[in-house]
Design a protein around this ligand. Structure first.
Ligand code: FAD
Length: 460
């Protein structure tokens, strides 16, 4: 494997290849998942397409594993390298190549951070809605490779809904370019969509063409509190049935709220409650937004709502959203171990899924809870260790993980709604796919990456 790196060190321009040094490069050994960190043999920092073509060609000749890396914020271990393999770090590919205001299209390199693009297009009155909560630290290449979602996916969809074109290099070393500045295109197989969500297992993405939409100038938030998460979930179905489509509908339970209160240094006016439902709506006129808020309050009053809070000042708005954004860190501080999953079920099944979690919460030493994207049925299910030793935790965690994922699939859902399979969920593919499905995945992989150099050992 080292041969590949040594070969690249002599063929690529100076500075492009560095051998791994654990003191300098520990960030490249892991991502934000709990999957085990691994030391690569070295890191390639490509600066142009020739560097990438050369890296993939040498990796094929020497059978050296290559792990493509955006900014390493993934939550399923997708950018954790193979031991002694190569990390292909795309961080220097960070240019916004074009914002085409006439066609509402952006063309970018994959290392651009999501927030950087959003800010740049907003200055021109345009909007790139996908908003993974990591948006100020994650790359758009990683977003495409994971088909990332976020709170706004409820109204605006996920990353893949905005991808018009992709350029890059397949694992077999062939360059490609699909789609482009066109909104409709049904010619041939849709290989662009095959790459969206392919988690770095088929190709290196080097250029992305994205759809933009007009920026909705009016945005308002509404916070509702309930006794239980089930009541909050049922209330959202009523809000939607009454013909309001919120941008976001985020749910937090009592444990999350208390964890944030204990953890956060800022003082939040967080009402005590069993559940919070944080809603956002937007529009092009103030009247349309006010009408949506009025309708949502009307719907809430027909449910068992406890408190209705309309954050108005910048501080109030920041505060209600920062509670949502601080949950993950706050839960970590509460427990010795935390395992997080991102199941998705049909939205009307959410109350049943919460009921199921209640049935599993029978011990003082383990707490299971869920929060997140209620609108599209995508919950972050967390298992917290409140007192087990390492060995007990590992066994309990594995059993619970299986039960929680299987229940989601049995309800017509999936084992991952946005974080991907990567290394973390690869053992659960059988819950979703037949052996024939998996064979077809392998055949696709073999076609585009015949020497299995891209992310070997992940799910395919
Ligand atoms: C605090 C926090 C909040 C988060 N919130 C959300 C959320 O709301 N929604 C959500 O969907 N995710 C969320 N995530 C997960 C993560 O941010 C996303 O999966 C994101 O898309 C990963 O981007 P990245 O640049 O960090 O990719 P990385 O972690 O570096 O890589 C992820 C995968 O993409 C592949 N990849 C990266 N770049 C390329 C490329 N150029 N070509 C081909 N393959 C590539 C890698 O090989 C890997 O398999 C969150 C993470 C954190 C830490």
């Amino acid at each position: 494997m080292r041969n590949g790196l040594n070969h690249l060190k002599t063929t690529l321009p100076a500075g492009r290849v560095v051998l791994f040094n654990p003191l300098q490069h520990s960030a490249y050994t892991k991502d934000y998942s709990s999957a085990k960190a691994e030391n690569p043999g070295g890191i390639v920092f490509p600066e142009d397409i020739n560097d990438i073509l050369q890296t993939i060609s040498v990796a094929n000749q020497c059978f050296t594993p290559v792990t493509i890396r955006g900014t390493g914020t993934g939550k399923s271990g997708g950018s954790i390298p193979n031991p002694e393999g190569i990390v292909l770090a795309m961080e220097k590919w960070d240019k916004i190549l074009e914002i085409d205001e006439e066609n509402h299209i952006a063309v970018i390199e994959p290392g651009v951070l999501t927030k950087t693009l959003q800010d740049a297009v907003q200055k021109k009155g345009l909007y790139y809605p996908p908003d993974p909560s990591s948006l100020d630290i994650c790359s758009l290449g990683g977003n495409v490779a994971e088909n990332a979602g976020g709170p706004r996916a409820f109204k605006y969809g996920v990353t893949g809904d905005y991808v018009l074109g992709l350029e890059g290099v397949w694992g077999n070393g062939q360059a490609f370019s699909f789609g482009g500045k066109r909104f409709k295109d049904v010619a041939g197989y849709d290989l662009k969509s095959l790459l969206v969500g392919s988690e770095g297992t088929l190709a290196v993405i080097t250029k992305i063409t994205l759809k933009l939409i007009p920026y909705p100038s009016y945005i308002k938030d509404l916070l509702l509190t309930f006794n239980t998460v089930q009541e909050a979930a049922r209330c959202l179905r009523i809000i939607v049935r009454n013909k309001v489509q919120p941008v976001a509908a985020e749910i937090m339970d009592r444990t999350c709220i208390e964890a944030v209160k204990n953890f956060s240094k800022e003082s939040h006016d967080i009402p005590d409650s069993g559940a919070q439902l944080l809603l956002q709506c937007d529009g092009f006129t103030q009247e349309s937004v006010e009408a949506q808020i009025k309708s949502m309050i009307g719907s809430a009053n027909t449910c068992d709502v406890q408190q209705i809070f309309e954050p108005k000042t910048d501080n109030e708005i920041k505060s209600v959203w920062s509670v949502r954004r601080t949950i993950s860190e706050s839960l970590k501080a509460l427990s010795t171990h935390k395992e997080s999953h991102d199941i998705s079920v049909p939205p009307n099944k959410i109350p049943d899924y919460f009921d199921y979690i209640d049935t599993l919460n029978t011990k003082d030493t383990i707490k299971i809870l869920a929060y997140g994207h209620l609108g599209d049925g995508n919950l972050h299910v967390n298992v917290l260790n409140l007192g087990l030793n390492e060995k007990e935790w590992f066994e309990e965690k594995l059993d619970l993980e299986y039960e929680l994922l299987k229940k989601a699939v049995d309800m017509g859902g999936t084992i991952t709604g946005e974080h991907g399979i990567g290394k973390s969920k690869k053992n659960y593919m059988d819950l979703m796919f037949s052996s024939t499905d998996k064979l077809h995945f392998k055949m696709i992989k073999n076609l585009f990456d015949p020497n299995n150099i891209l992310n070997p050992g992940n799910w395919v």
